[in-house]
Design a protein around this ligand. Structure first.
Ligand code: IPM
Ligand code: MG
Length: 361
């Protein structure tokens, strides 16, 4: 069976890091008999430049037909002054929404080789392995009404709406409980139920769903406390489930615990397991085109794609093992080199391919 993969490199370092993930994919094709068909398409600023919108219709059509989507990064200062609907970010948000990719998995795993790259003491983060499950197609990111209006006194007022319907809470909760069952069976739901009605409902629905998962130990934290606990004692967490906005913030914090946001992959899944795979980091326009970016988050996103959408758990493990081997060899891009010797984006990609070839025998 040929796997159809839509390739949306996007902007900034997106092009360079996706190119390295494609090298890995090519190696899987040549040495491991994995069959893929790639369908490149424009997104974000590139979509705007080529088609006048951040999510061109052609791109959405390509994504709908694909088995999975490999995504680089979007955004750049040249697009910041466009009206909101034309900005690169809107391309990604509309794609998540159009494909109903409501379940966003963001693992934060500390590779033992990188313990010294974390900003926390090694003993606090050694062995860290957290999974953040972020709701991705609802909440304040999409709630209506929204906008900037002029009040009677002539002053402008910005407003957004934080809404969650029960079915949206229930499906992300089930997603998180299912993942907890495959891990250490501890789930922490993060909300702001001491202040927000929407969080009160969130907590009630998550607690109700817990009834179907008697083997999972459920706890609840307010988001302010959760953010503190993440930097105080991060290893207390196994799986965290939370809303779109809280998940956006907490996943950046969790990422930094592992040393570099350049290491963290993500999966965004619909109810049937089709998904978009992207690094958690952004387009980093300051280092774009300079062979400086770390491609490992994108390569690890490819591994997640193999596992969650393409049913190739063995190949996924091979790719992850290859990344571990490269780190064992002391090969580092600048973001994880701690000021020491470093290699470029392309060299890191080549090193992963070399390690993968060796694993293939
Ligand atoms: C992320 C990003 C996006 C988000 C932006 C680029 C729209 O920060 O994936 O975490 O806020 O969801
Ligand atoms: Mg973010």
């Amino acid at each position: 069976m040929t796997n159809k993969i839509a390739v949306l490199a996007g902007d900034g370092i997106g092009l360079e890091i996706v190119a390295e993930a494609l090298k890995t994919l090519q190696c899987l094709q040549q040495d491991f008999g994995f069959s893929v068909e790639l369908e490149p398409a424009a997104i974000g600023g590139a979509g705007y430049d080529q088609f006048g919108k951040p999510l061109p219709d052609e791109t959405l059509a390509v994504c709908r037909q694909a088995d999975a989507i490999l995504f680089g990064a979007i955004g750049g200062p040249q697009y910041d002054r466009l009206e909101r609907d034309l900005r690169p970010e809107k391309g990604l948000l509309n794609l998540r929404s159009a494909l109903a990719l409501f379940s966003n998995l963001r693992p934060a795993i500390l590779y033992p080789q990188l313990a010294s790259a974390s900003s926390l003491k090694p003993e606090l983060v050694a062995g860290l392995d957290i999974m953040i499950v972020r709701e991705l197609t609802g909440g304040i990111y999409f709630g209506q009404p929204r906008g900037i209006r002029v009040l009677e006194n002539g002053e402008r007022q910005g407003f957004n709406t934080l809404v969650y319907a029960e079915h949206e809470i229930e499906r992300i909760a089930r997603s998180a409980f299912d993942i907890s069952m495959l891990r250490n069976r501890r789930l922490c739901s993060v909300d702001k139920a001491n202040v927000l009605e929407v969080s009160e409902l969130w907590r009630e629905v998550v607690t109700r769903v817990a009834g179907d998962y008697p083997d999972v130990e459920l706890s609840h934290l307010y988001v302010d406390n959760a953010s503190m606990q993440l930097v105080r004692a991060p290893k207390q967490f196994d799986v965290i489930v939370t809303t779109n906005l809280f998940g956006d913030i907490l996943s950046d914090t969790a990422a930094m615990l592992t040393g570099s946001i350049g290491m963290l992959p993500s999966a965004s899944l619909d109810s049937s397991g089709k998904g978009l795979y992207e690094p958690v980091h952004g387009s980093a326009p300051d280092i774009a085109g300079r062979n400086l970016a770390n491609p490992l988050a994108t390569i690890l996103s490819l591994a997640m794609m193999l596992r969650y959408s393409l049913q190739q758990a063995q190949l996924a493990e091979l790719v992850e093992t290859a990344v571990g081997r490269v780190l064992d060899q002391g090969i580092r891009t600048a973001d994880i080199a701690g000021g020491g010797a470093s290699v470029g984006t392309a060299e890191m990609g080549d090193a992963v391919v070399a390690a993968l070839r060796k694993l293939g025998g």
